[in-house]
Design a protein around this ligand. Structure first.
Ligand code: HEC
Length: 274
């Protein structure tokens, strides 16, 4: 401990310094980065992916295969993007960019998990329903009660009767039938940060992650860093990412498949200990 810190130890200033040190941002240059592709998924909610006549992957899903296990190949997504832009799966019209990479980095210390997303948000959106925000970045983290969350990521929250799905009630938000997701979001207008949840309904506040976010735009590249409470070393947490680019609202986001975050343990992405 150096002298100047020591000398203020008796006052509240010391506590403030400690709090700041323990939540110091990681040295991102030393944290491995992995690219996660996000894509426009059209109208393919859990009801669609689970239905044999619609999705031949449904049989493998029941046997325990994950979306990424079947759809990620050599660092790309093997989707038939023409089909995902076609009237059958996308009645409203698809964005010009059907997928794009998000650089993803994760680190943790005793108190917090730090998640850094780096991406270029494409223009050419098909729905510009969010007038306020150019861009939003959202992450969902499933709890242990969300069925097969490690396989299906956010899809257990995505339903055919939720708002912005064709013909759905505009007041019905995403929801789970079992279990809960934590929801954290950064929105570009006013750098708004939301700490919410998805259970029987989606709430944009009242969450327990204590999330903070920092965002910067350099040229066309956005960097969004979330700092949230550490849910516990040794845990493996299923998560998904969604980016709403070009004023997109509701389902017109680009989403990731489901991945797991290992906090000091194995996972699709292993958070680095600080
Ligand atoms: C066992 C392998 C398997 C699993 C697991 C699987 N899929 Fe598929 N998926 C397929 C196959 C094969 C197709 C192409 C033809 C079809 O729909 O039957 C497909 C098609 C799709 C399509 C339509 C675009 C296209 O390429 O035809 C989407 C969207 C999709 N899957 C999403 C998902 C999501 C989301 C999950 C996880 C909730 C998932 N899949 C799990 C095998 C799988």
């Amino acid at each position: 401990m150096n002298q100047s810190v020591f000398s203020v130890a008796a006052s509240g200033v010391f506590l403030a310094l400690v709090a700041q040190t323990s939540l110091a941002a990681p040295d991102w240059g030393k944290v491995p980065k992995r690219e996660i592709l996000v894509f426009h998924a059209g109208v393919t909610p859990i009801e669609w992916v689970s239905k044999k006549s619609e999705h031949s992957g449904s049989a493998g899903m029941r046997k325990g295969e994950s979306c990424a296990g079947c759809h990620e190949e050599k660092g790309t997504l093997n989707f038939n993007f023409k089909r995902l832009a076609d009237k059958e799966l996308e009645p409203k019209g698809a964005p010009k960019s059907m997928n794009f990479p998000v650089g993803f980095q994760a680190a943790y210390d005793k108190d917090a998990v730090y998640l850094r997303l780096t991406f270029k948000a494409p223009g050419g959106g098909a729905d510009q329903g969010d007038k306020d925000n150019d861009v939003k970045a959202t992450m969902l983290f499933a709890d242990a009660k969300v069925p097969q969350a490690a396989q299906f990521g956010c899809w257990q929250a995505c339903h055919l009767d939720a708002r912005t799905m064709p013909g759905a009630d505009d007041n019905k938000t995403k929801y789970t039938k079992e279990g809960a997701y934590e929801l954290i979001q950064w929105a570009s207008k006013g750098n708004k940060v939301s700490d919410g949840s998805v259970t029987g309904e989606r709430k944009m506040s009242g969450g327990t992650t204590g999330v903070r976010a920092e965002a910067a735009k350099s040229g066309e590249i956005y960097t969004v860093t979330f700092t949230r409470k550490n849910p516990g070393e040794g845990k493996t947490i299923p998560f998904g990412i969604a980016i709403h680019a070009d004023h997109a609202r509701g389902r017109f986001h680009h989403v990731s498949l489901g991945y797991t975050l290992g906090i000091g343990t194995d996972g699709d992405i292993k958070a680095s200990r600080q």
